[in-house]
Design a protein. Sequence first.
Length: 282
Amino acid sequence: MKTKISIADKSGFCFGVKRAIDLAEKTACLTKKVYTLGPVIHNPQEVKRLEKQGIKTLKDIKSVKSGTIILRTHGIPLELHDKLKKRKSVEIIDATCPFVKKAQDIVKELGKKDETIVIVGEKIHPEVVALVSYGNGKCVIVETVKEAEKVKSKGDLNIVSQTTQTPENFNAIVKCLKKRYKVKVFNTICKATFDRQKSAEKLAKTADLMIVVGGKNSGNTTRLAQICEAKTETHHIETVKDIKDGWFKNKKKIGLTAGASTPGWIINKVKEEVEKQLGMRI
């Protein structure tokens, strides 16, 4: 029986990422001094491709006297945004994902109230760091149910999610907090993330092996790998160089999916390499 390769129906670039890449490339065509504050998306290979077009990635804004700064899809802290706006010689192109922007607006509005804001997400992720900055000092970050059990508040809770969280983790934390507090829930998980997770899970249930393609620094890609690992043998890779000999031995159905920040050209190269390796055996 010939080995079959299937790609998840929903995989690769989401709307927010595609929008950010388009903004970056169009800006690079119009001006020479183009920068992004941190990687514009969490995919090292795509960021490197953009750098070849003259789009430089910065760690901070101190070295920039003039030019155009593109804000990353994950958003940046409010205080940093305010500093940038005061620089008259710097033009700002906001490539923050609209779903992330929506979450920021919700947290900013909640920050006006005298209530605790629980953000379900990764403490060091750029999106979460930015979200916290909008909360007027009232945010608590919770990653797991175990952490949720330790949350202490004098009053009611407002719960907001990092846009790339799994519904299962978000709902479990909400359920935990509801046992002790009156809560208001704002499910800010973006639809593109949800669709990719469900599509990957569906494919993983029928596959002998799953390949998840995307940046190791990508939260949404990491969660795709975790979802697939619960169903079948799974390997999270960034490029074809990460593929190891022997992975496909005795495998009849191989599934392929990719994070929302993984470009099509990388997905295609991985598929071609898998087909090449299978062709040598069949």
